[in-house]
Write a protein that binds this ligand. Structure first.
Ligand code: DHB
Length: 383
């Protein structure tokens, strides 16, 4: 009798477990939470958690469980974590990817496993084309760079030096800038490539200053912007008459206040500003700060938030069916109002379509902000 009742209890527990497992949809979030890109993982995690805090964990009768993993910014680790999440944890989706090489590392894994991957940060144009299971909610560098190149043309920039991190997004940004500046009659005099790991910007900045261009065009990944801009300001480059410009990664909202007043007046173009004037963004910034000891969200925080939103909406659209091939279809054509403004997923390319804003650094209530003054609506990746 004793043995029987123990068996019954075990069977009941197993049944309950199975029922619970069916009601839970697991989502992996892989990002650098430690190492030089740690700020990226922190912002992704904060954005993703805030989405659940404000919107709950339920989609229909399913509970969405987020599983966070730290890849320390190393592609081999990203790939291994993706495999473990898919095979052991049976996640329906993976997401995150704080750097281009980290996203590229999971392409073959998701293609083979037929599991969608939502890119929350990485911005090299070609990534999404490397697997039919990629979808991107972040941005591309050509998308974010084109408007500031146009601004340079319209504001008398005839000569420029470009300084950028020597990997995918840097090459994309520099090419997009050069194409538009030169189409507008200007010339890129020099392209200076700094290593992604442990860069020493000093010799590059000296060469750029000595060349006396009308503009210095800059790109580094957002978490590196504070280190770069401190040196740009210390060398007095903005004050020397050289216009310092770039995509908004270089005036990253997370670090902008630490860059000092030397960046006042700097013009960039970008898909997100913490100062974006909309009710959705006011609420997002307020709640993000409340949940994170006053820390300001940046483009990566909004990428984490929107990435989870897109995952909720794709699961909802499919009535809770998480078959990977059906789920990737559900992402195509999604549209919503993000804290950054209206966005959609291009059904052809699975890439984000969004407004890109031209902004200027201004001081408001004692803090530095990227204040938007011109909008390019519904921008696709221009390639
Ligand atoms: C990438 C990473 C960033 O943090 C950023 O601001 C832009 C691009 C990337 O590696 O793709």
């Amino acid at each position: 009798m004793k043995a029987l009742s123990t068996g019954l209890v075990a069977a009941t527990l197993a049944l309950t477990g199975a029922a619970q497992a069916q009601d839970v949809i697991k989502v992996g979030v892989i990002a650098p939470m430690t190492g030089p890109q740690a700020a990226s993982g922190q912002q992704i995690m904060a954005g993703a958690k805030l989405y659940q805090q404000l919107n709950g964990t339920k989609v229909g009768n399913k509970t969405i469980e987020l599983i966070f993993k730290d890849d320390t910014g190393v592609p081999d680790v990203t790939r291994r974590l993706a495999q473990e999440l898919i095979v052991n944890d049976k996640v329906a989706v993976i997401s995150g990817f704080g750097l281009t090489p980290l996203a590229l590392a999971v392409g073959p894994v998701i293609t083979q496993a037929k599991v969608p991957a939502v890119i929350m940060v990485a911005g090299t144009s070609m990534i999404v084309g490397t697997s039919p299971y990629f979808v991107r909610v972040s941005f591309t560098l050509p998308q974010n760079t084109a408007p500031v190149a146009q601004w340079a043309v319209e504001n008398g920039v005839k000569s420029a030096v470009s300084l950028f991190s020597d990997y995918g997004p840097g090459l994309d940004a520099a090419a997009a800038f050069k194409k538009r500046l030169e189409a507008g009659g200007g010339k890129v005099m020099q392209e200076l490539k700094a290593p992604l790991a442990d860069p020493d910007f000093a010799p590059f900045l000296q060469r750029a200053k000595d060349a006396k261009p009308d503009a210095l065009f800059l790109f580094v990944p957002a978490p590196t912007a504070g280190a770069l801009m401190k040196q740009v300001v210390d060398r007095g480059i903005p004050q020397s008459g050289i216009k310092v410009i770039g995509p908004g990664d270089v005036t990253d909202d997370d670090q902008l206040n630490g860059m000092g007043d030397g960046v006042l007046g700097m013009v960039t173009s970008y898909n997100y500003s913490a100062a974006h004037d909309s009710p959705e963004n006011k609420k997002f910034v307020e709640e993000f700060k409340k949940a994170n000891n006053g820390r300001r969200p940046n483009v990566i925080g909004v990428g984490g938030y929107d990435g989870i939103h897109a995952i909720y909406k794709a699961i909802e659209k499919n009535g809770g069916n998480t078959d990977g091939t059906k789920l990737i279809e559900a992402f195509k054509g999604l549209s919503w109002v993000s804290p950054r403004g209206p966005v959609s997923i291009d059904p052809e390319t699975r890439d984000i379509v969004q407004n890109v804003y031209v902004r200027k650094v201004e001081k408001k209530d004692g803090e530095l902000y990227n204040v938007e003054f011109k909008t390019y609506e519904n921008q696709k990746d221009p390639k």
